[in-house]
Design a protein around this ligand. Sequence first.
Ligand code: ADP
Ligand code: MG
Length: 704
Amino acid sequence: MGNFLDNDIKFVAGVGEARARLLERELGIRTLGDMLAHYPFRYIDRTKIYRMAEIAPEETSLLQVRGRITGVNYAGAGRKRRFTALLNDGSGRMAELVWFHGIKWIEKRIEVGREYLVFGRPSFFKGELSMVHPEIETIEKAFARKAESGMQGIYSSTEKLSSVLGTKGFYTILCNLWPMVRDRIRETLPETLRSRYGLLTLRDALYNIHFPQSPELLRQARYRLKFDELLGIQLNVQARRTSRMAKNNGFLFPKVGELFNTFFNKKLPFPLTGAQKRVVREIRRDTVSGFQMNRLLQGDVGSGKTLVALMSMLLAVDNGFQACMMAPTEILARQHYATFRRMLEGLPVRVGILTGSSRARERREALEGVADGSVGLLIGTHALIEEKVRFANLGFVVIDEQHRFGVEQRARLWTKNAQPPHILVMTATPIPRTLAMTLYGDLDVSVIDELPPGRRPIRTVHYTDAARLRLFGFMRQQIALGRQVYVVYPLIKESEAMDYKDLEEGYEAISRDFPLPQYVTAVCHGKMKPEDKEESMRQFKSGEAHILVATSVIEVGVDVPNATVMVIESAERFGLSQLHQLRGRVGRGGEQSYCILMSGEKLSKEARTRLEAMCETSDGFRLAELDLKLRGAGDINGTMQSGLALDLKIANPTLDLQILTLTREAAAEVLRDDPGLARAEHAGLRELRRRMSGREEIDFSQIS
Ligand code: ADP
Ligand code: MG
């Protein structure tokens, strides 16, 4: 593209081939521009130097001390080998500085008797202070380095990377990079917008984000960079909406036909709730409007979204179209398939299923059936978006538990047709309404805010492991009443092996305490063969198994109304929304249900807050809000991004609502005058839109 900032980062002094490769692999930083956009996530005051005696034992943030090295030592052997240096600042406490790797390098740089500035994270063991892998610099060198405002950025890194490239390393690279790029930064915003919103130039913003000249300039820099990101999103969102509305090519479902009516009058096992009726009406209205529907359906776990989806799909079939529904897991897809087959028995519609593990025959039947139009409803997983799946006449798409799918996957489903089908996206993870409207501006939002009648609130308690006997006693009681129990173990990718060990041990313990033939315990986790998983689920659904020991594969959607107890092991390791989802697996029938959160005695403050919140409320919206508050910005961005496939580096749509509102205004105004951003002064905006589109190249005509 001829943009200077696209040059390889390896050409910057202090980087070189090896580090460049590491940067790309670990952080995705490949170009000068990428490095420039690797903003510090925090700043520390480098003018502040702690006296070691004053460091509080609970202090864990990075800080700076200054002292003389009074001795060095080698300890341990082999992989445990370490190099230590004793630092004394005369305050009455000394610190042990420890290195496990890079020993050769560091020992050459440390001279006993010399004074150093040391930057690192304090930790205390039996009252003794130590710092592992601190950054260390002679006093002379440290003072020679320009102090500027005294604020120094702290850059996120990874474990692998941090041993070769610490905060000082990033700082040095940026110092070398800046003079190269300073005059090559292209402004993205037209002058009119910049002055209206009082924003720094992009160049000043980038300078101050890395080298803050004052706290105020840092604030303005952050503001400006957030503005860019959110404006980029808004330009995408609004352009998508406009093009969708301009096209006027939505499929028409004018008829409420035989299928819908027979189902409604003869098959519906219970009356719809008011909220379900309202949403069905909203979808009806959309599908006769002539516009393509793009609707987000939010409803708490157990609020009955599936039924709304089914009825909407029947409308499509009544009008001569096919419909499909994509679920995030195999189990959930199979469950929907079974439910629909049962509910639609005797009605003139063929239901097919297609998942990654569909056998040849099932696959062939699905593929042929959708291609020749004989399959009216196709249920499945990601497999639905494969190239090979060709519908004769796809008119309606449902995406269940949307937070699991990215924008791109949605877009791929849309493009299965020359004319885009109506889209219904369902989620039980609510995001605050204003946020939904702004971020998913191209979606209309429906809410099911009412649970089916007769649901009793689930009683939630928190037990520590010491109460396990009591827990088992309670499980026996419930099983004696004819009910069933879930026992769920966390599964966190990084430590998979360990997680499975927990689960397997738990399963053994339960099998021992709940022996055959009186008790049947089934097990279900991601590493099992699909047919074994299915068999376990079948046993549990049919009531043959009393207990299901599982990982969080059952987190979303599984529906076994006779299960009344949800035991969540190591509950402190789950996030709030996951806990809430899991709890939603019980309380689905008329019986009193229970959620039991098991954890160790020792809990972080945050984990305790989460567990307490779970015990206090079962309102998904309240929990979602608390969740947003509790989690760090990075984490929220991560979630949002996985939902939206966006690349937010600094803005946090939840916390930066005000900027979000301004950018919405700004985008609307710009697009009103120049819908295609074709004008020369909008070149920068085009670039912003492209960058924030969530995909390499975006074709608006296809997405809408
Ligand atoms: P979710 O919104 O979490 O996907 P489901 O669609 O799985 O919830 O529904 C949860 C349970 O509630 C199911 O067992 C379903 O049959 C039942 N259900 C749905 N709608 C109603 C209703 N109007 N009255 C009674 N039960 C209902
Ligand atoms: Mg569901």
